[in-house]
Design a protein around this ligand. Structure first.
Ligand SMILES: *Cc1c(COP(=O)(O)O)cnc(C)c1O
Length: 387
């Protein structure tokens, strides 16, 4: 089976992890700040906090922005469930903004309409979480403009997008958002085994996220709310935090992978370009790229023109799997999940997202994918569509 995504691990990565195992610190050592500095410098952000997953990063990002009971957080339905769950963890409610039919990212028109309506009804969101699907940035300048008009904060869920650019600038620099989150799960652009990171340029948000990732405990006298005595062992818990720390074992892998981030993204671009060419005669829509964007191409999603194919979406998907192609589907609209339907969401809520869901397939896409394997994928698709 050719998987839809997989990590690329070098001997240098293995050595970096082995070095940590032989060192004094398996956690809370130098590899974590090393990884944080590497990502921070790459992105041009002022603060970065490594955590054990992007899910944890989204959680502490919401908490740092003050999301709580009675607040509303909006995101896109075409994302992994974690982009929405983070609001529920904080006791807030979640709502969904339909997608753009070309980029499949949150539609700025739908967002603007929904905000105008919410203002009338007195239920504006506290935070909006745009997700850079496949690594292609959302229209952040427009979303940022709306955030100033309506007074909400922005968390970029850039779990797919490290190494990508928006208007020529690296995603993660925070020009148009309050916090940016990356994921280092093995299918993503670079991996730490598991892991995530939250980046910001705001000192107050940075301080809160740092506390929240480690129990809300500080041993820095300047943070303490009670006058600190002078014992060396002293620390204060000043907030209710979590143990969301990343280990040095994971951070060493992440740091080592950072050396090849640009190379990985370049390889993904070459593969995407080749897919574009060899798929061009098939009755499908290939991934459209907005000229403002340089995607990191985490995923290569095709859309079946079912009206030109005498097969169902399910037929084509199953025929690909039966031929050893590990196709996948990103994503089932989050609000169609049983948990969200039980919260009151109903089918039909975001029609564009549901239309998209009925037609898409994610083809294998990872740096080590060979031209030969790509040909196998496309030949299998050709058979799946035409037989
Ligand atoms: C992978 C992913 C997450 C969660 O990442 P983890 O590191 O696995 O917690 C969140 N949002 C999106 C869009 C993702 O793709």
């Amino acid at each position: 089976m050719i998987p839809y995504g997989r990590q690329t691990i070098s001997e240098a990565d293995i050595q970096a992890v082995a070095d940590v195992l032989r060192s004094d610190f398996l956690t809370q050592g130098p590899a974590v700040p090393g990884f944080e500095n590497s990502v921070m410098n790459y992105c041009g952000a002022q603060y970065a906090f490594a955590v054990n997953s992007a899910t944890s990063a989204l959680h502490i990002a919401c908490l740092a922005l003050g999301v709580g009971k009675g607040d509303s957080v909006w995101t896109t339905p075409i994302t992994f469930v974690a982009s929405a769950n983070c609001a529920l963890y904080c006791g807030a409610s979640v709502d969904f903004v339909d997608i753009d039919p070309h980029t499949y990212n949150m539609s700025v028109e739908c967002l603007a309409d929904k905000l105008a309506q919410a203002e009338k009804n007195g239920c504006l969101p506290k935070v909006v979480i745009p997700v850079h699907l496949c690594g292609q940035s959302c229209d952040m300048e427009a979303i940022h403009r709306l955030s100033k008009q309506y007074g909400f904060k922005i968390i970029e869920d850039a779990s797919h997008a490290i190494g990508g650019k928006y208007r020529g600038e690296i995603i993660g620099n925070g020009r148009y958002s309050d916090i940016t989150v990356f994921s280092f799960h093995p299918v993503k652009i670079i991996t730490a085994g598991e892991g995530g990171m939250a980046l910001t340029n705001d000192a107050q948000l940075a301080k809160r996220m740092k506390l929240l990732r480690s129990h809300g405990i500080s041993s820095d006298a300047a943070d303490m709310v009670l006058r600190p005595p002078e014992q060396l062992w002293y620390y204060q818990q000043i907030d209710l935090g979590f143990n969301y720390r990343m280990t040095d074992i994971h951070a060493a892998l992440g740091l080592s992978q950072m050396q090849r981030l640009d190379e990985f993204v370049t390889l993904r671009h070459a593969l995407a370009l080749r897919y574009d060419e060899i798929l061009s005669d098939l009755p499908i829509v290939i991934p459209w790229q907005h000229p403002d964007n340089y995607s990191s191409f985490h995923l290569y999603i095709i859309r079946l023109k079912l009206e030109h194919i005498g097969k169902t979406h399910r037929d084509v998907f199953e025929a690909l799997r039966a031929q050893g192609i590990g196709v996948n589907l990103h994503y089932i609209p989050v609000y169609l999940q049983p948990y969200y339907q039980q919260l009151g969401f109903k089918p039909g809520y975001c029609p564009e997202a549901e239309q998209y869901y009925a037609e898409i397939i994610s083809l294998p896409m990872f740096p080590a994918l060979t031209a030969d394997e790509q040909d196998q994928v496309v030949n299998a698709l050709r058979r799946a569509i035409s037989v």
